[in-house]
Design a protein. Structure first.
Length: 217
């Protein structure tokens, strides 16, 4: 397990430096010496704390996952909010954390340690969104016949896909058209019975039990 921030200031400094260098040069293009110079430390500081460059990447991924989205969580109330936020098209360069996340997915193809780090990051995400899942099931945002794990897997897939497209500089679709599509996806998860009850509560006059009267001819 990665020690909490403050347990070893030099360790934290090396991880922060590794994030910056991996983001600039990529995993394959980074040398331990690059990270040491970025951190302003000696080579001994690295090998006294990390086994290898891969070990540094693995711990950087885990550390980054503990902070990603944490500040946004209090503003989220439902899985629908999570999808809408995570599915937003953004522009501009990737942050260091975003760039390293993409690097980690590439490296994970060949490195079980990095793959395990990504798995730990996903587990952290899963624990963090459990209250949203509970709320979604309770209020009908996710229909009872849908697998909540499949919905969350789709959320992560959309987020990663958007990150990949942005990192590659792919031109994004019209923002309004994209938002409309995401809204349709979100609404498709809902429980039709719960939606009908909500509509009835909002417009009781439209859903009246009064029988239709025939119109005289």
């Amino acid at each position: 397990m990665l020690p909490g921030s403050g347990d070893d200031p030099l360790r934290d400094r090396l991880i922060a430096a590794a994030l910056r260098v991996f983001a600039r040069k990529g995993f394959e293009g980074t040398r331990i010496l690059d990270i040491v110079r970025e951190a302003g430390l000696s080579t001994g500081a690295v090998y006294g704390r990390f086994r290898s460059k891969t070990d540094l990447l693995r711990e950087a991924v885990v550390r980054g996952s503990r902070h990603t989205g944490r500040s946004d969580m209090p503003s989220l109330r439902r899985v629908a909010d999570l999808i809408s936020q995570g599915g937003q098209v953004t522009t501009g360069p990737l942050t260091d954390e975003e760039a390293v996340r993409l690097e980690a997915f590439v490296v994970a193809r060949r490195d079980p340690e990095v793959a395990a780090a990504l798995g730990e990051a996903q587990s952290t995400f899963r624990r963090r969104v459990q209250p949203l899942v509970d709320a979604a099931i309770a209020d009908g945002t996710v229909a009872p016949d849908l697998d909540a794990e499949a919905v969350l897997y789709l959320v992560r897939t959309i987020q990663l896909g958007l990150l990949l497209q942005r990192g590659a500089g792919t031109r994004a679709p019209d923002p309004a058209a994209w938002r409309s599509l995401i809204q349709r996806i979100v609404s498709s998860f809902g429980d039709p019975a719960a939606a009908a009850l909500e509509a009835t509560a909002a417009h009781p006059d439209v859903h009246s039990d009064t029988p239709n009267r025939s119109v005289p001819t």
